[in-house]
Ligand binder design. Structure first.
Ligand code: NAD
Length: 341
């Protein structure tokens, strides 16, 4: 009997979003994933379609489906509209950003990487509570940003990390902070994380690390880490660093998990430098789709997809340009579909 249809929102996104989304949807169809897509726009695509970077129809669709696969959304730098990604996380209370990174192609500079970063997704300096103070005729003489962390926010993010560790056979959670300087803002995160850790004593080890030392150790000896949980801005930066350990942004998937919905997306952005050329690596979004399959309880299909990806990369050696291969986005997707057959 065919599996029941699962309504899901698809936001192809901006720039390379269209290319990597089309490739991912093709692969999911070949896998027999029963998603029934509602295609919507956001970001620059929303502006172009209806003058709104987060149109009401898009929000209504996710409210209905509570599940989305999202391509990257462009955000103007230094001005313009507020990030639709940040607004989506806020709108649907997506408090934990789960970012696993695993070596897919052995023999690189870093081998056998298997790390998970959990980023608090709704608080901290990343919320962008900012303003300028004018002095004389200089409107931008002073810039002020406020970070907000709450005990409740720190608790649900760190609980998510420990719970994930316990359910996925992980051994250790490292709480990453800057509590030596930002004593209140990130001290509260650390204090709360340590409280949560007590509930997992004897099952999951807990340590903490200052973010700058963590960045250095991730470069020198990433294997010492297992699961990292950290605040929003540090998580944003460290997850790109971790993506670099496994071959770059083209390899890094993410799941934004919350009480009201879950949105799966690649860590990378809209890559305007290669958009429209058909050369983007669709792996990050495909791996995000595998996380989405796990989320809806289809671990068997998620495994088949990951196995096909491993085979295409390592046995068939079909790879996109960022991985020093020659395949286009479409050729890479076709190779995965062939493996799934
Ligand atoms: P980016 O991730 O788009 O690109 C950084 C570099 O990585 C570029 O050289 C790009 O070509 C390369 N790259 C990224 N994804 C790739 C892929 N799949 N295959 C091959 N190469 C890839 O970051 P950026 O240039 O700083 O940002 C561009 C836009 O994307 C900005 O508007 C930014 O706000 C937005 N952005 C969106 C998200 C999101 O939607 N989650 C995340 C990050 C950035």
């Amino acid at each position: 009997m065919p599996a029941a249809k699962i309504p899901a929102t698809l936001i192809p996104g901006d720039g390379i979003g269209h290319e990597v989304s089309a490739a991912t949807v093709e692969v999911l169809a070949a896998l027999g994933a029963p998603f029934e897509w509602e295609t919507q726009v956001a970001g620059q695509g929303g502006i172009d379609a209806c003058g709104d970077p987060l149109p009401p129809d898009t929000l209504a669709s996710i409210r209905r489906t509570r599940l989305a696969l999202k391509g990257p959304l462009a955000t103007p730098i230094g001005g313009g509209y507020r990030s639709s990604n940040v607004r989506l996380r806020e709108e649907f209370n997506l408090y934990a950003n789960l970012r696993p990174a695993r070596t897919l192609i052995p023999g690189g500079r870093y081998d056998k990487i298997d790390l998970v970063l959990v980023r608090e997704n709704l608080e901290g300096l990343y919320v962008g509570f900012e303003h300028y103070i004018a002095i004389g005729d200089d409107e931008h003489a002073v810039a002020v940003a406020s970070g907000v962390n709450t005990r409740a926010g720190a608790r649900r993010a760190t609980e998510f990390a420990f719970d994930y560790a316990a359910k996925n056979g992980r051994k250790k959670v490292t709480i990453v902070h800057k509590a030596n300087v930002l004593k209140a803002l990130t001290g509260l995160f650390l204090e709360t994380g340590r409280e949560v850790a007590k509930k997992y004593e004897g099952r999951i080890a807990c340590e903490d690390r200052i973010v700058d030392a963590c960045a250095m150790q991730l470069v020198l000896d990433p294997w010492r880490y297992d699961v990292i949980v950290t605040t929003n801005l540090f998580g944003d930066i460290l997850s790109d660093l971790i993506a670099g350990l496994v071959g770059g942004l083209g390899m890094a998937p993410a799941g934004n998990i919350g009480t009201d919905a879950a949105i799966f997306e690649a860590v990378h952005g809209s890559a305007p430098d290669i958009a429209g050329k058909g050369v983007a690596n669709p792996l990050a979004l495909m791996l995000s789709a595998a996380m989405m399959l796990d989320h809806v309880g289809m671990q068997d299909k998620a495994k088949r997809l990951r196995d096909a990806i491993d085979a295409v990369l390592c046995k068939d050696e079909v790879r996109t340009g960022d991985l020093k291969g020659k395949a286009t986005t479409k050729q890479f997707a076709r190779a995965i579909v062939d493996r799934l057959k």
